[in-house]
Ligand binder design. Structure first.
Ligand code: ATP
Ligand code: MG
Length: 564
């Protein structure tokens, strides 16, 4: 991967100052700390690129750490998929793969230390009572009736909590901080809860589990992290992060918050994405419409394009919604230079060229990529019966529609000029069945012999040579730019786009595509970029996903002609 430094941002400025002052002995050590309760999405990519990118640019290190303190929602399956996704994005944690659960013993010891310092106590209140007594922003909280237990009693009870002597929910360990602290999270927060459930790694060893706030700062500290980068919602947690490390007197990383990525027309929340999967709105976490990294990968996005996107959107401290088109432009920009162009017809309309010899086949030399002639050319067969795109013909063309229509001449890309001379309809439905044309043999290769101009060039595929294939077109998952913009009482699912997937089972593709294998990408001229689906394709029977449309003149003309 390229080693270009990413663009400057406020976090880099903080690190530059730290380095200039000799803080952390000049080390930069970050971490990416996913909770294995779902697959990674493009928002996580922003965090991955940031954390691993800083390590790369400052000759530092970045750990991958599974934040697995929540035994109920976590699964090993996600642990694997997260590693695969981080690697696919092009980053390497080397030997530094950690689990917060590896620290359970140490965390427990630190909890004991806080109890011994009189800074933590066992509380018998229920979660509801804790919440009720916490107070509000305007009202101070009420002290727990258990906050004055002796250190000995606390040690005894906490040990017995660990030993499984008390039922779930009957006791918690709380920090003893300040029930009138302006920050509600500092009002004697919960550090441990009793959960007699099996954990994906420690199995049944523990019956108490530490909370996120207690675990995260200590994990960072144990790993020698210097800059603990997280999203803005953790800003209010920072005083607690600092309090715990200060009380324990251990290595103290600096927590820095940045704005999370929001992408238009989709949601970036594992909880909601899991709902899509469970309710079968999509075919799985890797459905090509999902904003997950596995979905984007299957859709045909490249790691380079996602890194380019993360670099372009930058890192700031203000929340905003980034348009999906910014992501699309990144993949367009990359694929434009890299992938071969081919011809494929998605909605075939048969064209018969009346004056072309019935038994003749010609091969035309077609350039693979005009942006890069070193990519060479290929031969594409042409014959009397071809397919063109249904929308490239209008019987009654509106103004500004320059493609094929009765009496009009157009250029077939790389082949000949043809002119429409007749229409055959299905007798029952009246629908156009085929078009009859004549060709001008003098225009071979698509060149005009006499300076005669045609206003349009269209793509085509020879009928007898065509590869029949299924092509899947995708649109955004949601109709609304902000899917959470709903009327009262409505769920965000009301904004789901019912037309987000269109399956075209009978597309006609140029025959060279028979040898396409899973993961191959092409530009279908005028139609966009496509990838051979990694799951549903069979040998010799590729299924294509459209990665993204082209942004070109054709699209504009199409839009205009629809307006007319
Ligand atoms: P989600 O809301 O999708 O469940 P999360 O924050 O619960 O996300 P984690 O697994 O805890 O998911 O996230 C791992 C890291 O990725 C965290 O540091 C988190 O701040 C970061 N992250 C998560 N979502 C985004 C996002 N949309 N933009 C940038 N960073 C994100
Ligand atoms: Mg989280």
């Amino acid at each position: 991967m390229e080693t270009n430094k990413s663009s400057n941002n406020f976090i880099r400025e903080i690190i530059d100052v730290d380095l200039a002052r000799g803080k952390n002995d000049g080390r930069v050590h970050t971490r990416f700390p996913p909770e294995p309760n779902g697959c990674l999405h493009i928002g996580h990519a922003k965090s991955i690129c940031l954390n691993f990118g800083l390590a790369r640019d400052y000759s530092g290190l970045c750990n991958l750490r599974f934040d697995d303190t929540n035994p109920e929602t976590e699964e090993t399956e996600y642990v694997h998929s997260i590693q695969e996704d981080v690697k696919w994005l092009g980053f390497d944690w080397q030997e530094r793969l950690y689990y917060a659960s590896d620290y359970f013993e140490k965390l427990y010891e630190y909890a004991i230390e806080l109890i011994k310092k009189g800074k933590a106590f066992v509380c018998d209140q229920s979660l509801e009572e804790v919440r009720r007594d916490r107070g509000t922003i305007t009202e101070t909280g009420k002290q727990s009736p258990f906050c004055n237990r002796s250190i000995e009693e606390n040690l005894n009870l906490f040990t017995r909590m660990r030993n499984g002597e008390f039922p779930d929910g009957s006791k918690v360990l709380r920090g003893k901080i300040d029930m009138s602290h302006p920050n509600l999270l500092m009002r004697d927060p919960i550090f441990y809860r009793i959960r007699k459930v099996s954990h994906h790694r420690t199995r049944d060893k523990w019956s108490v589990y530490p909370t996120y706030d207690f675990t995260h700062c200590i994990s960072d500290s144990l790993e020698g992290i210097t800059h603990s980068i997280c999203t803005l919602e953790f800003e209010v947690h920072r005083p607690l992060y600092d309090w715990i490390l200060d009380e324990l007197g251990i290595h103290h990383p600096q927590q820095i918050e940045f704005a999370r990525l929001n992408l238009s027309h989709t949601v970036l929340s594992k909880r909601k994405l899991l709902e899509f999967v469970q309710k079968k709105y999509v075919s799985g976490w890797n459905d090509p419409r999902m904003p997950t990294l596995s979905g984007l990968r299957r859709r045909g996005y490249t790691p380079e394009s996602i890194r380019m996107f993360c670099d372009q959107i930058g890192v700031a401290r203000v929340d905003s919604i980034v348009e999906t088109v910014v992501l699309e432009n990144c993949v367009r920009e990359e694929l434009n230079k890299k992938v071969a162009r081919v011809m494929g017809v998605l909605r075939p309309l048969k064209v018969i060229i009346d004056n072309y010899p019935d038994d003749q086949t010609e091969e035309f030399d077609c350039v693979n990529n005009p942006e890069d002639l070193a990519m060479g050319s290929r031969k594409v067969p042409f014959s009397r019966e071809i397919y063109i795109e249904e929308e490239d013909f209008r019987e009654d063309p509106p103004k500004q529609f320059y493609r094929l229509s009765p009496g009009r001449e157009v250029r077939l890309r790389y082949a000949y000029f043809i002119k429409c001379v007749g229409i055959i309809r299905d007798e029952e439905t009246g629908k156009i069945k085929e078009i009859h044309c004549t060709y001008d043999p003098m225009t071979r290769g698509g060149d005009s012999p006499d300076g005669r101009k045609v206003k349009s060039t269209i793509h085509w595929v020879s009928n007898s040579h065509a590869l029949n294939a299924e092509v899947r077109l995708y649109d955004t998952l949601f109709n609304k730019r902000d899917p959470n913009d709903t009327k009262e009482g409505e769920d965000f699912t009301v904004n789901l786009n019912s037309k987000s997937l269109e399956v075209l089972p009978n597309c006609k593709l140029e025959p060279g595509l028979k040898t396409a294998v899973k993961g191959d990408r092409y530009q279908f001229e005028r139609l966009g970029y496509f990838i051979v689906d990694a799951i549903d394709s069979l040998p010799g029977k590729p299924v294509f996903n459209r990665i993204v449309t082209l942004r070109d003149e054709w699209a504009k003309i199409e839009r205009q002609s629809k307006l007319l």
